[in-house]
Ligand binder design. Structure first.
Ligand SMILES: NC(=O)c1ccc[n+]([C@@H]2O[C@H](COP(=O)([O-])OP(=O)(O)OC[C@H]3O[C@@H](n4cnc5c(N)ncnc54)[C@H](OP(=O)(O)O)[C@@H]3O)[C@@H](O)[C@H]2O)c1
Length: 352
């Protein structure tokens, strides 16, 4: 039997990237990943072990050093690769000092990855992880209530409501499409636009995705803001990335990754209490009035990150991913949220 193709996954230390690697190994692909520091390689391997990947595959993982902010390392990382999953991008849990702290690595990093992929000649397609944040921000009152955003929409960069993270994802994705059109040669591009990613973590070093559930479990805030999330489980999102890599009809398309749909933060708190008993004793019950959170945001920069989203419900359609890729989410909101909570508790990543 011939060897399966080599796939490069950027940012193997990340929450989504590690699950993309797990899914690639489950389909017997060969995998290479990039990290900012090779000292992270053992941590990635430990996470693959936690996911039940065989030792022979774990020891075959190739780990290369490359930073989105630097040219070095990308040419070497692309050698012999057939597909690239470009997942790495800064996803911070607070507003950066300057928006360029996010925009430059996101946009220039994506261009570095695409240029190296084109020049390698062996690469057939790059799948870029963009975000629903590149679709649904800065459109106040432009669409009717309960409108389901589709892949045709783009976030409005002119709006003052579009903060640094949605800007970084929008500019990075636009730069990617522009590159492919003007300089990409025969390189193919497909983009995934996930909503909020939940589901199990595989290591203690958890990122922004786990933050809402972590803060509820630890009771680090005395009340719950009126925030809603569109949810996709990380395992379903990884599956979507693999389908986008292989399906010939995915060329030149973007796909929203959304599972069951909306959940309010207060309902996440209820799910935690219902399923976790004593372990959910710190989960707050009180729901903050929006006016209170707005006042709080004047004094607490981190609260400014959410203040524009209070009381809003943004819906997303997964019809295109279903129709073109035959994708169907497997984990509903409760399963995705409880898998995240249970994994955080099991790995000792929360103080409950
Ligand atoms: N999680 C969500 O809810 C969500 C929703 C929609 C889209 N996304 C997108 O999905 C992707 C993965 O997100 P995630 O949740 O897995 O976030 P994450 O766990 O924070 O992972 C981010 C990854 O990007 C890497 N990275 C950041 N800056 C870098 C740089 N300058 N050079 C090289 N690597 C760099 C990080 O490396 P270090 O470990 O070295 O920091 C890490 O591997 C991102 O593109 C994000 O925008 C996430």
């Amino acid at each position: 039997m011939s060897e399966k193709p080599l796939v490069l996954v950027t940012g193997g230390t990340g929450f989504l990237a590690i699950w993309v690697i797990v899914h690639l190994y489950k389909k017997d692909y060969r995998v290479r990943t990039t990290v900012r520091s090779l000292s992270r390689a053992d941590g990635i391997k430990a996470q693959l072990r936690e996911a039940g990947i065989e030792e022979s595959k774990i020891s075959s993982l190739e780990v290369y050093e490359a930073d989105l902010l630097k040219d070095g390392g990308w040419t070497e990382a692309m050698k012999g690769v057939m597909f690239v999953q470009h997942v790495a991008s800064p996803f911070p849990s607070s507003l950066p000092k300057h928006e360029n702290d996010l925009i430059i690595p996101a946009r220039d990093g994506t261009l570095r990855v695409l240029r190296a992929a084109r020049d390698a000649k062996s690469v057939h397609r790059v799948v870029v992880t963009s975000s629903f944040a590149a679709i649904a921000y800065g459109h106040d009152n432009e669409y009717p209530e309960l409108y389901k955003y589709t892949e045709k929409e783009w976030s409005n960069l002119e709006s003052k409501d579009t903060s640094a993270y949605p800007k970084s994802k929008t500019l990075a994705e636009q730069a990617a499409w522009n590159f492919i059109e003007k300089e990409g040669g025969s390189l193919e591009l497909t983009v995934i636009n996930p909503v909020g990613i939940f589901g199990p973590v595989l290591g203690k070093d958890v990122g922004t995705s786990a933050r809402a559930v972590t803060e509820l479990l630890e009771g680090s805030v005395p009340g719950i803001p009126q925030l809603s999330f569109q949810v996709v489980d990380v395992r379903d999102c990884a599956d979507l990335h693999l389908r986008a890599m292989k399906n010939p009809n995915a060329k030149g398309e973007r796909f929203i990754g959304v599972g069951e749909g909306t959940i309010w933060m207060a309902d996440i708190a209820k799910l935690l209490r219902k399923n976790l008993g004593d372990k959910a004793q710190k989960v707050p019950k009180f729901v903050f009035p929006n006016s209170f959170v707005r006042i709080l945001s004047l004094f607490m920069p981190v609260v400014r990150l959410i203040v524009k989203e209070l009381g809003k419900e943004k819906l997303a359609s997964n019809a295109k991913a279903k129709e073109i890729l035959g994708w169907q989410w497997q984990y509903n909101n409760e399963e995705a949220i409880m898998a995240l909570a249970n994994s955080l508790i099991k790995l000792g990543a929360v103080k409950i």
